[in-house]
Design a protein around this ligand. Sequence first.
Ligand code: PMP
Length: 430
Amino acid sequence: NSRRLLDRQEAIDSSAVAYPNDIPLAFEEGKGATLKDADGNVFLDFFAGIGVYNVGHANPYVNEGVHAQIDKLTHTVDFPTEPRLDLIDKLDEIAPGSLAGNSRFVFGGPTGSDAVEASIKLAKYNTGGNGLLAFRNSYHGATAGAMSITSNKKFKKPYAPLLPDVVHAPFPYPFREGRSPEESVDRALEEVRAIVEEPYGGLTDPAGIFVEPIQGEGGVVVPPEGFLSGLREIADENDLPLVFDEIQVGMGRTGEWWASEHYDVTPDVMTTAKALGGNGQPLSGTMYHEDLDTWGSGDHAGTYRGHVPAMVGGLRAIEYIQSHDLLDHATEVGAWIRDRLRDAGEGDPGLGQVRGKGLFVGAEFVDANGDPDGDRVDAIQEYCYEHGVLVWTAGQYGNVMRLLPPLVLTQRQAEVGTEVIADAIAATAP
Ligand code: PMP
């Protein structure tokens, strides 16, 4: 059945459809941290729709609310509804640091890219500037503005020119750079400072600093201490909004509500999407400090500023994560998975580094010369699929195995899934 569906898809769907490898997979049903394919095979889901299903597939508490809302009312443009206001209140309650109690929230629409566009507009509107400082190895989305601040040329080249005033500074990646964490941070911050402050630095009229607090698509790149706080300082000294893209790493993924909380650094603006809609309902938005709430009525408008059932989904997902202590659970289970993967890589020169926070896990593979080894990760992914575990990849060279399972993954499921991954690592060892 999976083969039949894939053949049918190939015949009629866009050639842009992305499919990871040669194993035919089409899904029919999900429950918690498992997915059933069209042939009845059950898989452990360690990628959760790229971090969408933080509360698990078909979460009964979330689904109940969403079903009821679909029968009641689904769309009101910007007219107030209880779910809309309840979700905004809830997000303000769980906002990081000094944003809590002082935030505003603008719904973006269905995708993360929508929220990123809003954050770019907000930064420009408030500063009157044009220049956007972003980072190498970053991913922010597929619309024109979001693509402009994304660093990977592969996504941008055919569509140039995009936004003109964008400069990418180095994002600290000590493992790839072969530098110490301190050197890597110093080098990155020095360049950021030059771009913002020095007359020949690159941005004449900066509007904001845009960064993923932990890079996702770039390969689960966890910056060392000192980087985000350094950006905070530079932003403050230059009166620039600091914008954190929490689309992949927020909503509890890393064991805190927002990845920025691991570093005690509060952004002025923050984007969220993916897991925000609770059960895969499309929903995104941009949270910002109330001091930046300068837009006039209708200045950032659109038809789909949020689907009411998705708002119920988001609200219920947050309540579910709170009532089931899933942040602590993600912290514990994620740490266990990383330890187990490190054990599995013992004596294997190809497993360069295991990293992450909470249930956001990356394992970077290299070849005998220390260069990125994407083929190994493809082979590991294929082995895992054949043995019932869905894992994902990341990194500009596809050489990082990325795990982002639902936060409801049980310790037992983590053990079973990680055993398969450990076997895959052993089976593909050089
Ligand atoms: N920002 C980040 C950090 C992301 O990981 C993504 C999606 N992978 C996006 C933005 C774009 O979100 P979407 O694909 O929903 O437009």
